[in-house]
Design a protein around this ligand. Sequence first.
Ligand SMILES: C[S@@+](CC[C@H](N)C(=O)[O-])C[C@H]1O[C@@H](n2cnc3c(N)ncnc32)[C@H](O)[C@@H]1O
Length: 388
Amino acid sequence: MALADDRKAAHAGSPPASDAAASVTTPPAEDTPQVAPATTTTTTMGDSGILPASHWQIDPPTERDIDDDDDDDDDGDSALGTVISSTTSLSSSILNYRNIHGRTFHSDIGKAEAWTPNDETQTESMDINHHLCTLITGGKLHLAPIPDDIKKAIDIGTGTGIWAIDFADEHPGTEVIGTDVSLIQPGWVPPNLSFEIDDANQPWTWDDDTFDYVHLRCMFGSISDWPALYREAFRVCKPGGWIEDHENSIKIDSDDGSVAEDSAMGQWTKVFWEGGKRFGRTFRVVEEDLQRKGMEAAGFVDIVVKDIKCPVGPWAKGELEKQLGLFAKLVLETDIEGYVLYMWSAVMGWTKEETQVYIAHLRRQLRDPNVHSWYMHRIVYARKPLTA
Ligand SMILES: C[S@@+](CC[C@H](N)C(=O)[O-])C[C@H]1O[C@@H](n2cnc3c(N)ncnc32)[C@H](O)[C@@H]1O
């Protein structure tokens, strides 16, 4: 697979670039389906470029497009049974979920505030995303050249723990810890894996030089201070140990203009960028090169940056690219409401109905074969110097 961008910073002698990443090519003009015309609108954009909620009421999608399966049951208990039964030893205060339009979000622990729900619909989407992420890496769980026999590894913001479970299986001699602020990890896991509740935005609770490998994935929109995050990772990493972070750009883009600025996908980017500013957790991790900059500032060396264009929908040429597109679309469709709800309703203040109509437009665009959308997936890994 080719890389859209494969840059190396820092030292010569860095590990060779992996061949395990995909690129996307927009189909040539003759077989490119007709690009959808830009939506006509009578509304104007504000400074942020965000169209008002009323914009989406023009030409609203049909009832069939609007998935309003929310039963309006605002008690938010649906996922609690499972969580409580598998985590009885943990403090009940952690189970104080917030509820937004019938979906549960974890309670605030310290500075933690998640923008995705912690219920079953969202965790299913997370697990599909794990499959997508491993397709992107050619089936590998890591690209950093870590030895097989490392003693200790940590996965920060482990989610359902699916990566940590696979990693622990693959490295039976390694003690693996997965952390999160939400109790959504299973009880039955490999014996060398444990989960801990820990807020990555607080000073980390581990001693200096503890881990051979620090792994993070898809923490965009969850971190209040990226340089501080990497400073903590540097501190707990052993000299000679590795850090690896896989992040997505939230920007849904196209090379042929099929994602118009005033389309649902174009607006998705703008709302996340503005919403991230408002709630103090940026979604511009890729755009601002925060992974590489933060690792470098923390003291990591041999930094390797890989950019992979991931199609959304099965439009791209190439078997792998089609697979990536199918799974990226499935990740979103599995819980499109879960990805939108917090930012549009809780941060931007749209009503439930306004948000649902926007979601219907987004779903319709996601299914449109004339739309050749993609987003950037960035993998960065680096080493802590032996002398640190
Ligand atoms: C998009 S999910 C990614 C899960 C996992 N890393 C993966 O790639 O499958 C983000 C996870 O980060 C967790 N999270 C959010 N804020 C956090 C924080 N401050 N500290 C630790 N975990 C956090 C969320 O609860 C959620 O499980």
